[in-house]
Unconditional design. Structure first.
Length: 649
């Protein structure tokens, strides 16, 4: 969570604060999915500092910047010999969203040190107490504030306490802080008015990428660099990037970038890589929101997932075939994709398949042995709880496979083998295309794991993109009507069984994420054990009744709900005459003049049971999108949430 962006240039160019501010806020816009409760920038020119930060999103920040530049017109047209800009968009972890708690954070009123930070400093309370004891004033509620104040403390304390200790560079101050004080996870951009031509960039447990911008005249010369917590913010700047690894640091000085591992104390040589992400992924195109775009991209993304395959099977097949059990570990939507794939994995491998929530997996310290095959699923490859669970399983001897949408992510690098979803960047906070690609990939893996294959089931996978296209085309209008009806209810229950239990859970998650309507996913077999008590005129009930081995049981569930006059919305296979008949037959209603109305039917194409639940989620993604849109919510940036959860509770 949180997005950081930076800009470093060392040469005389006619560029002013307003232009650099625009570069920084443009970068932040591509990172806003990572946090949007406050934002800020800091720009230094020589020993001068221009800092703007505010509560709210990047739009609010831009308005405040324009206002401040109008008040200080003389600073907007300066020619810059050396300019450094850092920026941040925040998802609050320590301290409520406020102007004071927004980044960048400074060491003091003179801005001796200025920092932006992604991650969590786990020992910040002890560091705060130390700083207060030494006479430093703490003015925010954040963990980040201790970082610039530690830099100041190290600079002032060591210079005062010893005439032999000098800090010729900003890097040396930062190294002392990293080696002696900081604990936790972080990606940091640090600058100082004491070292106007320098900047330090470092990371541990949080992503950070450097982009290299060549001189347009002298292609061999580089003195301009950009930095971001995600390559999406660098696409418009450069196609040459270097990913920083844990314990690595970049020291920028007088236009040169020096790479250093502060744990091994070795200088490094880093080779730039070419970006392969297309610019079309970071724009909405003709769509109103990224979520809408990503929903309608699914025929293509699923085709890409199929085309990408399941990696080098020699790296994992023997492990899965000799394992005692398969454990799938994930959070949120990725957890639902694991649950959606559990039965399929069991069917084709004959192994016990356990589904674990990453945080709970860690809380219970589940026993792991070398005979366990562990699959870690994360769209971003950054999910902190899932990463910690992976490291735990690795430490205890489990074989670890990751399924991610980002091959350059830390989870992908830590796993013994990683499988790429090939779904393309997903920007909307509410996951859609990554979810369907995750289920498809886990199903592809199940087929790969099988000792005896099912040709019909395998062939059905390649029909999925066309079936999703048909579903999107045919259900869009009926979902609009369904949306208008469901807005009347205070809560929505989604009920499924078997593979569709995960569909029910994911549907409820999507609705609550972006529409803020209370919703629950319920296992149909559990209705009689409590949830039936919720049924009344104020609850909308969505049923998933498509053809699989549990079809008859779901028909029985439909009858039970009808007898209690539930307000029903049914996802069913088109041309299913039985469901169409039951939806309009109210003979089971117990009162002659009750207010029972016919169930609303949402038909979807019928396919093999291995992929039917993937088709079934599509109209529910559209439902969540429409509910949120009609309520006037920010679909891509729901309140209190962020895309990449890089912190743990």
């Amino acid at each position: 969570m949180c997005g950081i962006f930076g800009f470093y240039i060392y040469r005389s160019v006619p560029i002013g604060y307003s232009q650099v501010a625009n570069i920084l806020t443009t970068g932040l816009r591509h990172l806003e999915y990572r946090g949007y409760d406050s934002a800020g920038i800091a720009i230094s020119h020589g020993g001068n500092e221009f800092i703007v930060k505010c509560t709210g999103n990047v739009d609010c920040l831009e308005k405040k910047i324009c206002s401040m530049l109008e008040e200080q017109q003389q600073i907007s047209s300066l020619q810059c010999d050396n300019i450094i800009g850092i920026a941040h968009t925040r998802w609050a972890t320590h301290g409520n969203p406020s102007d004071m708690n927004a980044h960048p954070h400074t060491s003091d009123a003179s801005n001796m040190f200025v920092v932006v930070h992604n991650g969590i400093i786990t020992n910040f309370k002890a560091l705060r107490d130390l700083l207060i004891e030494k006479g430093y004033e703490i003015v925010t509620q954040t963990d980040t504030e201790v970082i610039p104040k530690l830099c100041q403390y190290i600079y002032e304390h060591d210079l005062k306490s010893s005439h032999d200790v000098k800090f010729p560079d900003l890097k040396d101050i930062v190294l002392v802080m990293l080696e002696r004080y900081l604990e936790g996870t972080f990606a940091l951009l640090i600058k100082s008015r004491l070292f106007p031509s320098q900047m330090v960039v470092c990371r541990k447990g949080s992503p950070l990428i450097m982009g290299i911008i060549e001189d347009h005249i002298d292609k061999t010369h580089t003195d301009t660099y950009v930095f971001s917590s995600d390559v999406l913010a660098l696409i418009n700047q450069t196609n040459q990037v270097i990913s920083l690894q844990d314990d690595e640091l970049i020291h920028l000085k007088e236009g040169k970038a020096h790479f250093y591992n502060y744990r091994t104390k070795n200088y490094l040589i880093k080779i730039p890589q070419l970006l392969k992400i297309e610019k079309k992924y970071i724009t909405k195109g003709a769509y109103r929101t990224f979520m809408e775009k990503e929903i309608f991209e699914q025929p293509q993304t699923l085709a890409h997932t199929l085309a990408g395959g399941t990696g080098d099977e020699q790296m994992y097949l023997s492990h899965v075939r000799h394992c005692s059990k398969i454990i799938c570990i994930a959070c949120g939507t990725s957890l639902n994709s694991c649950l959606a794939s559990r039965n399929i994995l069991m069917k084709y491998t004959g192994k016990l398949v356990c589904i674990e929530c990453s945080s709970d997996f860690l809380d219970r310290e589940i026993p792991i042995t070398s005979s366990d095959f562990c699959i870690f699923v994360s769209q971003s490859g950054e999910t902190a709880d899932t990463l910690q669970a992976l490291l735990y399983a690795k430490k205890h001897g489990g074989f670890c496979m990751s399924v991610t949408n980002r091959q350059d992510s830390i989870i992908a690098k830590e796993a013994h083998v990683t499988i790429d979803l090939n779904a393309g960047p997903e920007i909307s906070v509410a996951s859609t295309k990554a979810f369907t690609s995750q289920i498809l990939m886990l199903t592809m893996l199940a087929h790969k794991f099988a000792t005896v294959g099912d040709i019909v089931a395998h062939q059905s996978l390649y029909q999925l993109p066309e079936l999703i296209y048909t579903t999107l085309k045919n259900t869009e209008k009926s979902i609009v009507q369904m949306t208008q009806e469901l807005l009347k209810y205070r809560s929505i229950l989604f009920i499924g069984r078997g593979n569709n239990y995960a569909t029910a859970l994911e549907s409820a998650l999507k609705v609550k994420e972006i529409s803020y309507i209370h919703s629950e996913g319920i296992l149909a077999g559990e209705l009689k054990h409590g949830p039936l008590a919720l049924i009344d005129d104020h609850i909308g009930v969505v049923l998933f009744i498509t053809h699989d081995n549990l079809y008859e049981k779901m028909v029985s569930t439909l009858e039970q709900l009808k007898s209690r006059r539930a307000k029903l919305f049914i996802i069913y296979n088109e041309h299913d005459k039985l469901i169409e008949s039951l939806a309009t037959d109210n003979v089971n209603c117990t009162e002659k003049n009750d207010n029972y109305t016919d169930a609303m039917l949402i038909p979807v194409p019928q396919s093999h049971e291995d992929i039917q639940h993937i088709i079934n989620i599509i109209p529910m993604q559209l439902l969540a999108l429409n509910l949120a849109s009609l309520k006037g919510n920010n679909v891509d940036m729901p309140r209190n949430l962020a895309k990449s959860v890089t912190v743990t509770d």
